[in-house]
Design a binder for this molecule. Structure first.
Ligand code: ZN
Length: 306
């Protein structure tokens, strides 16, 4: 068996927040079921943000509750603040991810707070979760870690500073997000190394966008540096309402193709993964579905790692 790599599907959250139309709850659940049937066991099913800001996410509580009925699914929810974390906990989410913008400008646009104020919010969430009966994993994301459409360059030293502050706040895992997709492989290597030096194995996950076509190359750079968890979205859906110019996430189908071809075990069946696009299309008929593997077809030379 190859070494395990976890692919977290973020399409139902990141992929839908920019969608022009709203995917009905039962269509979201059908899509999530199709993803689980393909072997994806960790899915970011939505975010607990005010529905006025992102109406596509108004039913996240219902989606989490429906997800609890699907065997083997680990439910991740994005939460911007303590109130969101409380809603996620009450709905039954297993993991909450709190975004913290490394870029001060993006932080203010996204959460109305500076970066360090948002770290303080993470600390408050930690304290609140620790006082609850059920254990929920708390992850925090250093978002805009590789560039920002509002501020431009994001200094590596600032990413390290925010990651260190999050580790100090007691998060269980840290992820680095290329929210706008401006990163390049050399930069991914350098930032991942610098953050690993500071927080060690707490740095777990990369969240990459394919704005410049470098998403898969960036994933490979992270893989080479020891990262074993990646966010991606089926058909490359995605964007950020507060990061102008950001395009979709890396394509789950292409990522799985690369990982399995290289001998890493994702536990995901590529044929069934591609079949899950049908459920996505039914729920969101006007969305553009991307992906190189689908376009070319799975080659006869393809062999799964496991
Ligand atoms: Zn994203």
């Amino acid at each position: 068996m190859g070494e395990r790599v976890t692919v977290t599907e973020v399409g139902p959250r990141d992929g839908l927040q920019m969608a022009k139309s709203i995917m009905p709850t039962d269509a979201k659940v059908a899509w999530i079921k199709a993803l689980v049937a393909a072997g994806i066991h960790e899915i970011e099913v939505g975010s607990f943000v005010p529905p006025k800001l992102i109406p596509q996410m108004a039913d996240t509580g219902d989606v989490v509750r429906a997800g609890l009925e699907i065997p083997g699914l680990r439910i991740v929810a994005l939460v911007p603040n303590l109130k969101g974390a409380q809603r996620a906990y009450e709905a039954g989410a297993h993991v909450v991810t709190v975004p913290v913008s490394v870029s001060e400008g993006h932080s203010r646009a996204n959460t109305n707070k500076g970066s360090l104020d948002q770290v303080a919010e993470v600390r408050a969430i930690r304290e609140w979760l620790d006082a609850q009966e059920r254990k929920v994993k708390l992850d925090a994301g250093c978002v805009t870690a590789f560039g920002c459409s509002i501020e431009g360059n994001v200094p590596e030293s600032r990413v390290v500073m925010i990651a260190a502050a999050l580790a100090d706040a007691g998060v269980d895992g840290i992820l680095l997000a290329d929210t706008v997709g401006y990163g390049n492989p050399a930069q991914i290597r350098s930032v991942v190394r610098a953050v690993q030096r500071e927080v060690g194995e707490k740095l777990e996950r990369l969240h990459l966008h394919d704005t410049m076509g470098l998403g898969i190359a960036n994933a490979l750079a992270g893989l080479d540096e020891g990262i074993r968890c990646f966010d991606s979205a089926l058909a490359g859906l995605g964007g950020c309402p507060f990061a102008p110019g950001a395009s979709g996430n890396i394509v789950t189908e292409d990522l799985v193709f690369m990982l399995e071809s290289m001998g890493f075990d994702t536990g995901i069946d590529l044929d069934r993964l591609i079949a899950a696009r049908e459920a996505l299309h039914r729920g969101l008929p006007d969305a553009e579905l991307l992906g190189n593997v689908v376009k070319a077809g799975i080659p006869r030379t393809y062999r799964r790692a496991a």
